[in-house]
Ligand binder design. Structure first.
Ligand SMILES: C[C@@H](O)[C@H](N)C(=O)O
Ligand SMILES: C[C@@H](O)[C@H](N)C(=O)O
Lengths: 164, 164
């Protein structure tokens, strides 16, 4: 039985943009992110949940050095190309990811990550997953503690993060 | 310049569970997913956006054969371990993913995927990303068309999906 988790990575270079109450119509998210991609700004996490009463929220993260450029693009297109109830910008978030092949097949890996952070009183702001990553957004001040706790919980060598 | 997108994958074996209005407190998501992991049920996509007024929604997907078992676990723990305004269960969703190394560094890849689906009138219900995956949830009836359009948009050989 191989341990599913191979590594834990942390990234503080995250600035978060949250669009509240955008219409849930085809093409909307492409209209929002299109001009940002054309400006050569890389987008990291993109999170959107199921709409409620025909609107939903979209959150995405960029590198902190790109927050102001992203803000000016968003404010240019807002109310011309698309509408949102409000837009929030925040530059002190951090991302921590659990990485391993076939995470999906290891029932409970994500739950374990969430439980470890929960028991330490660390609030999870965003969650996004794929077959080999589980990433969460937390406050930057918790990042070091979160890394230490997750290394211990998944039996990883704390120094370089590789599976012990 | 290497093309960022290497492959497109599709998965119809997706059943979606959405918890509406859960309290945004540390430990909550671990309490929800813990019993599901303990039952040996693998969870695929997990999506949670930034809370609004101290509550948020959590969506996750399981294989369709596990929907009923997941439902009975959720209904057992609901109102005893955690609260939610409502819970929705849906078994006719599909996932389509764009896969490629370093997607984050290729500004515009995600926007292009979203624009292609938007122009075809295909509504995106959920979005979740990692460094090498961009996954969206759409209605199952759009899956074949979405695959065909994305293969063409990213210059992939339609037959086996590998980069042409
Ligand atoms: C909200 C947004 O994702 C919309 N559903 C779209 O397809 O673009
Ligand atoms: C909503 C849920 O993710 C909560 N913030 C937690 O940390 O568990």
């Amino acid at each position: 039985f191989s341990l599913p988790v191979k590594n834990i990575t942390a990234d503080v270079d995250q600035a978060k943009i949250t669009l509240r109450g955008v219409p849930d119509r085809p093409g909307l998210i492409g209209e929002v992110l299109g001009p940002i991609g054309e400006a050569g700004i890389s987008v990291d996490m993109i999170v959107q949940n199921i709409a409620r009463e025909c609107t939903t929220d979209i959150t995405f993260t960029v590198q902190r050095t790109n927050l102001e450029r992203t803000r000016s693009i968003i404010e240019t297109y807002r109310d011309t190309a698309w509408q949102a109830d409000s837009v929030e910008y925040l530059d002190s978030v951090a991302k921590i990811s659990v990485i391993g092949a076939g995470l999906r097949d290891h029932a409970g890996t994500a739950a374990k990550m969430f439980q470890v952070l929960g028991e330490a009183g660390i609030n999870i702001q965003l969650v996004t997953t794929s077959e080999i990553y589980i990433s969460v957004s937390i406050e930057e001040r918790h990042l070091e503690e979160a890394q230490r706790l997750l290394h211990a919980a998944f039996n990883l060598d704390a120094i370089d993060g590789e599976a012990a």
